[in-house]
Design a protein around this ligand. Structure first.
Ligand SMILES: Cc1ncc(C[n+]2csc(CCOP(=O)(O)OP(=O)(O)O)c2C)c(N)n1
Length: 316
């Protein structure tokens, strides 16, 4: 399978899985808050495709896409959302606390910005032990305003840590717009480069742009120059509910989202590059079946037993 087709398959998997998760959410099957990633797929897949297998990834409250893009198991993820024993955190973490060391997904944490110093810690370990690996952490534009991010940028540049911060700028933090949160002089590029890290902006709705820029940036990250990759994108759904509410969004209209939709854009690109409609459709059918099977597996899985209530709470 070509690398573009394989990237499309991952993006389509994330999209389809989330659509089905939305349906489960409406049926009250989900045990935790869910923040939908629909619209942002090109960021997770573009960045994770540019990473090596041993590189580490950390995420935030909106991390289904990051986990799946890093090679996470869909069955384990859906079980986790349903609070089942077979979940990636044995059903005790839910959507916002996924962790899966088998694919170097170190974890996701919902306290805004908290993922950044944690990622700094894993990057420090990688450098200290002279590994060739790097750490990538995903955070939103709102989280980027937390003080700990600036402390971490300073420390990472000082210690020359292999750390990539991927800022997914979907224009909103819940329903608060960037222009209501930052002074007109706020300049993310100046801030990041002022600390001594690299900064690159990408079109977060375009897989190729994200992948190519991440790939290039990672060469320097691997050599010890931390970086921020800011990806401009849209989240299609409301902050944490499976609805497409529009009340507060002016610069991010349904028409714009539709026109710049990363998954549809990638599909068009594939067809233009000569891949047949049959080949694309057959991949889509395969993905839909995988998602349906995973949901069936999760629904029929057991909840954790009472005896395991106090296990997995502390590191052993
Ligand atoms: C320290 C902290 N403050 C507030 C919240 C509540 N909260 C959860 S998500 C969110 C908005 C996050 O916006 P952004 O970082 O841009 O990510 P997005 O949701 O847009 O992906 C807020 C305020 C939180 N989780 N942590």
């Amino acid at each position: 399978m070509s690398s573009l087709l394989s990237a499309y398959k991952k993006m389509f998997l994330i999209r389809t899985a989330e659509q089905e998760i939305a349906a489960l959410y409406i049926k009250n099957k989900i045990m935790s808050f869910v923040h939908f990633y629909i619209g942002q797929e090109a960021v997770a897949v573009g960045v994770c495709d540019a990473l090596e297998k041993n590189d580490k990834v950390l995420g935030n409250h909106r991390s289904h896409g990051h986990y799946l893009a890093k090679g996470g198991d869909l069955k384990k993820m859906i079980c986790e959302l349903l609070g089942k024993e077979n979940g990636s955190s044995h059903g005790k973490g839910g959507s916002m606390h996924m962790i899966d060391k088998s694919v170097n997904f170190v974890g996701s944490t919902p306290i805004l910005g908290s993922v950044v110093p944690l990622a700094c810690g894993t990057a420090f370990e990688q450098k200290y032990n002279k590994k060739h690996d790097i750490t990538a952490a995903f955070l939103g534009d709102g989280a980027f305003e937390e003080g700990v991010v600036y402390e971490t940028l300073n420390l990472s540049a000082l210690f020359k840590l292999p750390l990539l911060l991927v800022v997914e700028n979907n224009l909103f933090a819940v329903n608060s717009k960037i222009k209501d949160r930052r002074s007109e002089n706020y300049d993310i590029q100046k801030i990041v480069t002022g600390f001594g890290a690299n900064y690159v902006k990408a079109d977060g709705n375009d897989y190729d742009d994200v992948f190519n820029k991440a790939k290039k940036l990672l060469q320097e990250v691997r050599a010890g120059k931390p970086a921020v990759l800011e990806c401009i994108t849209y989240r299609h759904m409301a902050h944490s509910a499976p609805i497409f509410e529009e009340g507060y969004r002016e610069e991010d209209t349904p028409e714009k989202r539709e026109e710049r939709d990363s998954v549809k854009r990638m599909r068009r690109k594939l067809l233009e590059s000569g891949v047949s409609e049959e080949a694309v459709s057959s991949i889509e059918e395969e993905v839909k079946k995988t998602v349906a099977d995973s949901i069936e597996f999760a629904l029929s899985s057991d909840y954790p037993k009472k005896e395991s209530l106090y296990t997995d709470l502390y590191a052993s």
